[in-house]
Design a protein around this ligand. Structure first.
Ligand SMILES: C[S@@+](CC[C@H](N)C(=O)[O-])C[C@H]1O[C@@H](n2cnc3c(N)ncnc32)[C@H](O)[C@@H]1O
Length: 252
């Protein structure tokens, strides 16, 4: 079977077995093929004269069958594109959200203003998970000092792996329960995307609560255990305008 036909079949499989738009199914099918063949999109489509081997098809349908069980593609392919980089992702960390990605430019803008004032920017990504926010910031602003913290070693192991993406030596990893380890350290600027779902919240999608880490999602009966703790630790300066519960502080 030729590649284009095989991609079409995979798209139809996803349309039948996952609750996604046709366009999203096509994007996922292409991603699976690029992953299995280890090529980019243009290379994949330019090799349409090639036949897909049974071995490749077997691998592709192995992934598709897991998608049928509602396992997110990022966990199956162990990667997720965030801002300009492919991050390593596994079941120990939250899959980075597009809402979080859209906060990056705002963080850069705010940190730049601080940098002009103080001639430095010590930035903390508290509860870093995969490290997607802090590592992206570190790459965009080599002159800032970036700290990534999380309470879970399993998350920090993923963030550590993702430090390979760092182009500069301006990132440090720290195991810490929110801000408790940092009382004596003055950060210029802190960002956090803490867990905030109430324990009994029935609105959470099955795909999310069955696959993503409990410690990244839930935060006590009312969902406020972590956010109220963080709020008490500093003057909250800014709450994300994109609607999600991201927290940013200016520590001047
Ligand atoms: C919603 S996830 C955000 C992950 C990442 N920052 C992102 O936006 O994709 C929340 C993160 O907070 C971490 N976390 C939970 N409780 C914590 C605590 N007490 N102290 C530090 N980090 C904690 C979790 O391990 C998880 O990585």
């Amino acid at each position: 079977m030729k590649i284009i036909k095989a991609i079409k079949d995979a798209t139809t499989f996803l349309e039948l077995h996952t609750n996604q738009s046709s366009q999203q199914c096509k994007i996922e099918a292409e991603e699976i093929f690029m992953f299995v063949f280890g090529v980019n999109k243009s290379r994949m489509y330019s090799s349409d004269t090639d036949l897909v081997s049974d071995q490749h098809l077997g691998h592709i349908y192995q992934i598709l069958n897991k998608r049928k069980e509602n396992i997110p593609l990022s966990y199956l392919l162990k990667k997720h594109t965030f801002y300009k980089h492919n991050f390593y992702i596994d079941e120990n960390v939250l899959i980075p959200r597009s809402e979080t990605e859209s906060v990056i430019d705002k963080l850069l803008y705010m940190g730049d203003k601080l940098f002009i004032e103080k001639n430095r920017c010590f930035f903390l990504d508290a509860g870093c998970g995969s490290g997607c926010v802090g590592i992206t910031i570190a790459n965009e602003r080599p002159e800032w000092k970036v700290y990534l913290s999380d309470m879970y070693m399993s998350s920090l192991a993923v963030a550590k792996k993702n430090m390979e993406i760092c182009k500069y030596k301006n990132v440090h990893l720290i195991c810490a329960d929110w801000l408790t380890a940092f009382r004596s350290v003055v950060f210029d600027f802190i960002f956090s995307n803490p867990p905030y779902i109430p324990l009994e919240d029935t609105r959470v999608e099955k795909r999310v609560f069955l696959n993503e880490p409990y410690s990244s999602l839930y935060s006590g009966e009312d969902g406020l255990d972590d956010t109220s703790f963080i709020d008490n630790e500093g003057d909250r300066w800014y709450v994300d305008e994109y609607g999600d519960k991201s927290y940013m502080w200016d520590y001047r």
